[in-house]
Each structure stands twice: as structure tokens, then as C-alpha cells.
Ligand binder design. Sequence first.
Ligand code: PLP
Length: 361
Amino acid sequence: MIYLDANASEPLRPEARAAALAALDLTGNPASVHGAGRAARACLEDARERLAARFGAPAQEVVFTSGATEALAQVIAALGAGRRVIVGATEHPAVFAAAAGAAILPVDGRGVADLAALEALLTRGGPALVALMAANNETGTLQPLAEAAALCHRHGALLLADAAQAAGRVALDCGALGAAAVVVSGHKMGGPAGAGALLLGPGGSALAPLIGGGGQERGRRGGTPGLAAIAGMAAAADAARPGEAMAGWRAEIERAAVAAGAVVIGAGAARLANTTCLGLPGVAAQTQVIALDLAGFAVSAGAACSSGKIARSHVLAAMGCGALAGEAIRVSLPWNATAAAVAAFAEAYGAMAAGSSRRAA
Ligand code: PLP
């Protein structure tokens, strides 16, 4: 099986595996005062400092969570209270679930947020919280976060940047961005699943918890932290760097796909180099995913991430893709992709497309 579904979960990096295994051997609870507790605490704080340094945030404003979903829910509940919430049309379902009734910021055909519309939304009404993802999970489209942050600052709004897909793949400097909160996820960087973090901006110390309890994380997230997943996340973040060969490999796949009749969705936008979204007119996404699975390739369709069933993608619908929204697959190259795997996939995609059109004829 050739794994090309990194945006669902990156394969575990060896550095992350080693750090997680070492943390598993620490018996103590980081909240205990004895030596075993202090050793666990040192591991936790080391992870916090490494993650903070990697993404340009103050260590005391890093809050560990179970993942990006929890982190997004917490920020939207805490900072959205008493504010109008504005969310990008292509945000992850975790954002929509936490922001019922939010105003939707439209995107263009490439999936890029409409900044003029953002300015108009910010101009009318009271204080706002704007949730905008750094990179989209289905298309890889990068949002103009710096420009959005500048608009938010000008209008006294807070920015929440979901960097679950961007962290480790493109440059991310929380200090320079000036967002109220940036969200990252361990398993999207090559760490174990079960850890994420909130990187808070100025004023973050006062963030209300979503889960109360023993006062962990300076009162911002109750519960004993999952040390192994957290240590693995920090090691993964340190190891994750934009892959130099990725853009070339993606171009190779896209050339083969277009030659086979596919449309590259989001082409023309700045995108994550590891991600391509390929629409094949007339062939249901599920049919493509199954055919490629049988051929030995793990890829996914738009909204498959939670339930295992394939629904029409809200991301592609927001981009105005029409019927293609149900006919697109996502190929996301993992950190350990190889030239041979890419070449094999390019060939298999062509065969899959040819087979599908023969069956349709
Ligand atoms: N945000 C984005 C952009 C994602 O792609 C995902 C997962 O697919 C999430 C948030 C949720 O991340 P987690 O699995 O860490 O809860």
C-alpha cells in the first residue's frame, strides 16, 4: 500500500516515535511534586518550549489539548462569547460545529478568502472573532493570513488561525502574525494522534477553559496531559520542514491527471506543496477512491475524514465546483514520499481514469 493521505494523518516520524516512547516510560504525573512528577513535568515543559520556539509563540501561552478540534472549540467558545463570529466558507467542520450561526466569509474559485468581503463584514457591527485556516485540508489552498490579520487589527477584531495543515509545511511565525490564537495538531505534523496545541497571543493567559478540572495548563485546560502524544508532537514539529521535492512531485501527478481528463481544483492559488485535489468529471469520488485502493494507493475524498463515508465536499461546493464537488479526490504526499511512489501513482491514476471512462461509455 502506498500511503498518499498525509492530510488525514502524517506517518509517525522516527523522532516523534522516540520522544513518545521515552515519555511513556515516565511514571509520574506532571502535577505531582515528587521526583517522578518533576521528571514528567520537565518533559512536558520541554515540549512546550520546543513547540513555542518552533512557531514563534511565548511558551507560557502554549496550551496543550487533545488535538485541533478541541483547541478550535475552546477558542471559539471563549473568544467568540460576546463577539460576532466570522468563519471562512472552507473551514474544517470542527470550526462550523463550534460556531453555529456565524457569518460566512466567501472564497473565490481557487478557495482563497475574499478579503474585500471580510473588510465589509468587519466594518459593520460590533467586535468580531474571525476564524480563518492557514491551509485548506482538501485543496491545500493557503489563505492570505497576514492580510486578514492586518484587517482584523485595523477593525479591532480577533483572528483565530487554524494551522493544523500548515504547521511544519509552510513558514508559521505566531509573533509576526499577531493572531489571538493559532491551532496546531500533532498527527498532522508526524506526531501521534491525541495531542494538539493552542498558541495564544497577548492576553492568552485569561483564556477560559473548555474543560475545567485540576487547574492544569495554568487553568486553561483541565485534565492530566497526554505526555507521550505531546512529547511526540513537539519532536515532530521540530523535525517537520517544507519538503523540497514536494512541489515537483505534485506537478508530476497533476500533469498525468490532466492528461487523463482531470481538473486540478485550486490551481492558481498558492497551495501546500504536498496537496492536490483532482476532479474527474462524471466519476464519483467514492468510485475513484475504491479503484485506487484496490490498485494499492491510499487517497481520500473531500469529507471522508470522520465517518468513513464520502459526502459531497462543502469546501469544493463553496468554491463553486458544481458537480465536480462530488467527483474529486485529495492526494496528499506524506513527509516520507518517494519519487518511485509518485511515479507509480501517476501511472495508476491514468489507468483508473481510463477504466472509469470505459465503464461510463
Ligand atoms: N483543522 C483542519 C484544517 C484539519 O484538517 C483537521 C483535521 O483534519 C482539524 C482541524 C482537526 O484536527 P484534529 O484531528 O487534531 O482534531
